[in-house]
Write a protein that binds this ligand. Structure first.
Ligand SMILES: Cc1cc2nc3c(=O)[nH]c(=O)nc-3n(C[C@H](O)[C@H](O)[C@H](O)COP(=O)(O)OP(=O)(O)OC[C@H]3O[C@@H](n4cnc5c(N)ncnc54)[C@H](O)[C@@H]3O)c2cc1C
Length: 457
């Protein structure tokens, strides 16, 4: 019998474990992770495969560190981005949690430097953005880089190895619920794990499983928005006026035609575009390394769609659009902005006759207008023109658009302010999988919060 069972060794689950071992070192804690230990994790695409082999357990997303392991390790130190924790507690409280989680990262080897703290520089860029009808969000960033991110996570794994039970390569299959109280889990090998408290932190990769399992136990869910868009790649100098000062700039725009919110997301100066795989569907993302650099910068442009009744399947909506791109391109599609405007597909020859080389070499040159709905496509084009005003060259005919980038925030679990489910006692849901967060630092902070609540009972 354990005191606490945690599902998922992404930042949310790891930080919950770290905080419990700090507050209650005598407690028995088990952390269940369906992927590998950090040293065994590998993504074949990152190791040179030309095409994503769509592994049963995606090496990029599953395993110690979760989706954060091979990520760029950008810790965005503000409640304004990366999650909705401020829906559950005061802004001051979220700030305290972010600061606290950040100190854990430092303790385990994160870099000291934080970008975007010079308010004078920020105010000037904010002024320029406003002239282009863009809102620049203040978001200081601690940038680990992929290699250092792996080291920090390895240090956390070594630390927790000595203090809790870590089970890799096995999945949580069902919750054990008796008299409206969680009693533990059943694993996919049939084993029963009994625990007083259970924390579910399966990330976006495990969001489908969470939704199904929670629905079966009559735990309420609320529709979240789905963000659909493209990853933009351009020569690094185009965005240097912003990236050299802020590293990552979070810009928000409301498209004139539809009034939809379009935002930049996950900006990677001198980084590379990568493919990921959600339940067999290839989608696009990006990252950058601390040491290795490319000549390009990439970022996502995402259009947020929040559906009204009766539609309840935002994940499926996003998956269908991504599947369509996969159907046409056999994986990720890439198109030059100029070809999109000219109403023609990009071809390998046209991509070659450009001023930049795609960093995701396995992407198929094609036509994104056959895939992305008119509404989102129009909003993306309008945002590219707005960005061109503060970073001239963004709307160049050579700018590359990769599709599809989708963020499945999916259903948000109905939770109390303590992040405990409304229907089942002692069951907590945290991180991206619960629809509560969207980034490393808030996911980590949500783990700390749930751990503190449990330890205080
Ligand atoms: C390529 C990439 C780059 C990114 N870059 C950044 C960045 O620079 N900055 C930033 O803030 N965010 C970034 N993100 C997002 C960030 O990684 C996530 O927000 C964060 O990892 C979410 O943490 P989590 O713990 O909620 O879930 P995850 O990190 O997704 O971890 C969930 C874990 O649960 C496991 N799991 C799922 N279901 C089960 C089950 N049934 N049983 C057992 N285990 C299960 C999964 O294998 C996974 O390891 C990036 C994401 C990607 C994919």
């Amino acid at each position: 019998m354990y005191n606490v069972a945690i599902v998922g060794a992404g930042p949310a689950g790891i930080f919950a474990a770290l905080e419990i071992t700090k507050l209650k070192p005598e407690w028995k804690v088990v952390l269940i992770e369906k992927g590998d230990r950090i040293e065994k994790r590998k993504c074949l695409l990152r190791e040179g495969y030309a095409k994503c082999p769509t592994c049963k357990k995606c090496g990029l997303l599953c395993g110690w560190g979760g989706a954060g392991a091979f990520s760029d390790g950008k810790l965005t130190l503000t409640p304004d981005v990366g999650g909705h924790l401020d829906d559950y507690m005061s802004r001051d409280k979220v700030e305290e949690l972010i600061d606290y989680a950040d100190k854990y990262y430092l303790e385990f080897g994160a870099t000291e430097e934080v970008f975007g703290t010079d308010m004078k520089v920020f105010r000037e860029l904010e002024r320029q953005a406003s002239l282009a009808e863009l809102k620049l969000v203040h978001s200081p960033v601690r940038h680990l880089g992929t290699e250092r991110s792996l080291d920090v996570l390895k240090n956390m794994q070594d630390y927790l190895d000595k203090r809790i039970t870590i089970r890799n390569d096995v999945s949580a299959k069902n919750l054990i619920v008796e008299c409206e109280q969680v009693k533990g889990l059943i694993l996919d090998n049939g084993e029963e794990i009994r625990a007083e408290y259970t924390i579910i932190a399966p990330g976006r990769e495990g969001a489908d499983w969470l939704t199904k399992e929670f629905s079966q136990n009559k735990i309420g869910m609320v529709n979240n928005a789905v963000d659909v868009g493209v990853r933009v790649e351009l020569p690094a100098p185009v965005f240097e006026p912003l990236t050299s000062k802020l590293y990552e700039s979070k810009l928000i725009y409301h498209s004139p035609t539809f009034g939809d919110e379009v935002r930049t997301f996950c900006m990677n100066p001198n980084g590379e575009v990568v493919q990921e795989n959600y339940n067999g569907i290839a989608t696009v993302n990006g990252h950058s390394y601390a040491e290795k650099t490319t000549n390009n910068t990439n970022f996502a442009l995402l259009v947020s769609e929040k559906f009204t009744e009766p539609f309840k399947e935002p994940i499926q909506y996003g998956q269908h659009i991504a599947s369509l791109a996969n159907m046409l391109g056999g994986g990720i599609l890439v198109q030059r902005f100029g070809d999109l405007l000219d109403g023609r597909r990009s071809t390998p020859e046209r991509i070659k006759a450009s001023i930049l080389t795609p960093t995701l070499s396995c992407a198929t040159p094609g036509d994104l207008s056959l895939v992305i709905p008119y509404r989102q496509m129009t909003s993306i084009i309008e945002m590219l023109y707005a960005l061109d005003k503060i970073a001239p060259g963004t709307a160049s005919r050579y700018t590359l658009l990769y599709g599809i980038e989708v963020k499945f925030y999916s259903a948000r679990v109905k939770l109390t302010n303590e992040l405990e489910t409304e229907g089942v006692k002692n069951l907590f849901a945290i991180g991206d999988g619960a629809g509560v967060t969207r980034g490393l630092i808030q996911a980590s902070a949500s783990g700390v919060h749930a751990a503190r609540v449990i330890c205080s009972r």
